[in-house]
Design a protein around this ligand. Structure first.
Ligand SMILES: Nc1nc2c(ncn2[C@@H]2O[C@H](COP(=O)(O)OP(=O)(O)OP(=O)(O)O)[C@@H](O)[C@H]2O)c(=O)[nH]1
Ligand SMILES: [Mg+2]
Length: 438
């Protein structure tokens, strides 16, 4: 039997209102019993919710959505009650005291929506962007992706793959004959073109992935050059302690900033130097790890000196930018490639801003139906590889049956973009950031 689940969908804090959700076969009956009113689909009712002994729990608005026309696809009731945590707790306690109802787990409402076909897998991923996006552009993207879905693209690709497969299979009987060889060349060309198209689709992901995965910018440099001051200025916080003596910052300090709609994670680090203080040295170790992890490193020095060899070695493998800090103290502007900035006067910050944005970051227009998760990217890259293998085999005019296998594999990978339900491990990853009540 399907259990009915219940959870608070708004934060557990004192507020004007709170929203409680109940989904499952007994959702409606539990609230009808508590309010003494009959509910009908999509009609909000002002309800006096009572305990079985008649004591009033709250005066609330309850709206019933009859399955399958609800978020989860099941019978669902939303209760908008007074936002006092004591009231909220009492309503939930009362609801889950019924034998058929239990508290929901994180993301369980959405899991049910997925299981009942109300949302496709890619739409759940899009929802994650809407709920957890840290920049306006990410959220806009998530909303668009959720509303449009990838189903149309998947259907289109699947249809073409299926057509190719049919052609390949019809060749199987003729593969030894001259005509078969000629046709398999034509089929190989089709498979190759489709493989390249899928590779381009997957390739576009790298241009947009920083909308979904924060672009990490590490502020590193010698001690006392003003890294923390710059970090505070950029993040418009006072998270990092600033002090006139070197060796102030120890633990890396992080903050996400919305820059041109892109979520950018800035990390302030300990000044790189060898110190007598073991704690400071531990801080420097962490700074080195942050440098290694970052997408781009700003090497900050108030004299524009280059990084020491240990750091240079790490930087050689990544994007980094030399920055000369405290430019207000120096009359000279940029020094060679070194960008002059002053956290105090704000000079040079605009240029730093432009230099830091992901190279590939498009500042306008998002392409039609782009991919937006690592999972989707992997699937389409693998599908492109499958088709390339098929094309290579067909070019030799051999192993047509094996080609069919590769094409089938490409099709099933494309279909995994939108569903069916993936393995528990993948589901867990997708739902990792969903909270209780969603
Ligand atoms: N004139 C001037 N002074 C600055 C500027 N930025 C920082 N300072 C000063 O430089 C000193 C060190 O600043 P911090 O931001 O703590 O330097 P830091 O690089 O984080 O130092 P550590 O954490 O010790 O490595 C402080 O006295 C700041 O006021 C600037 O743009 N101009
Ligand atoms: Mg500091």
């Amino acid at each position: 039997m399907i259990e009915t689940i219940c959870a608070l969908a708004t934060p557990p804090a004192r507020a004007a209102l709170a929203l409680i959700r109940i989904s499952g076969p007994s959702a409606r009956f539990v609230i009808e019993a508590m309010s003494g009113q009959r509910m009908s689909h999509r009609h909000p009712l002002l309800s006096i919710l009572k305990r079985p002994d008649g004591a009033i729990v709250d005066e609330a608005v309850a709206t019933f959505f009859q399955g399958p026309n609800s978020y989860t696809g099941e019978d669902l009731v939303e209760i908008t009650c007074h936002g006092n945590p004591i009231i909220v707790e009492e309503i939930i306690r009362e609801i889950v005291s019924r034998e058929t109802v239990r508290p929901a787990e994180a993301g369980e409402f959405t899991r049910r929506a997925l299981a009942n076909g109300k949302l496709a897998l890619d739409q759940v991923e899009a929802l994650d962007l809407v709920l957890n996006g840290t920049s306006r552009r990410t959220i806009e993207f998530g909303l668009k992706a959720k509303m449009e879905g990838l189903a149309g693209s998947v259907a289109d690709v699947s249809e073409r793959l299926l057509d190719l497969l049919t052609q390949v299979e019809s060749q199987l009987d003729f593969s030894d004959e001259e005509v078969g060889t000629r046709d398999s060349k034509a089929l190989a060309a089709r498979a190759r073109a489709l493989s390249e198209e899928l590779a381009r689709w997957a390739g576009a992901f790298s241009a947009y992935k920083h909308l979904f995965q924060s672009w990490t910018v590490c502020l590193a440099g010698p001690a006392n050059v003003g890294k923390s001051t710059l970090f505070n200025k950029i993040t418009q916080t006072s998270k990092a302690i600033v002090y006139e003596t070197p060796g102030t910052t120890r633990d890396p300090i992080e903050h996400v900033v919305d820059w041109n709609g892109f979520p950018i994670l800035f990390i302030d680090t300990a000044g790189v130097r060898v110190s007598d203080d073991p704690v400071e040295n531990l801080g420097v170790e962490r700074a080195m790890l942050a440098i290694k992890r970052a997408d781009i490193v700003l090497w900050i020095d108030d004299r524009g000196n280059p990084p020491p060899p240990v750091v240079k070695e790490v930087l050689a493998k990544k994007r980094w930018l030399p920055v000369r800090s405290k430019a207000d103290l120096n009359i000279a502007g940029d020094l060679g490639d070194c960008l002059a900035v002053s956290a105090h006067s704000g000079a040079g910050l605009e240029r730093l801003h432009r230099a830091v944005l992901p190279e590939e970051a498009p500042l306008d227009g998002i392409p039609h139906r782009p991919l937006f998760s690592e999972r989707q990217y992997q699937l389409i890259s693998l599908a492109a590889d499958d088709l390339k293998k098929a094309a290579d085999l067909m070019d030799g005019g051999e192993y047509l049956d094996l080609c069919g296998e590769h094409i089938r594999s490409a099709a099933s990978r494309a279909q995994e973009l939108t569903g069916p339900l993936p393995t528990d491990r993948i589901l867990k990853e997708i739902f990792a950031r969903f909270c209780i009540g969603k």
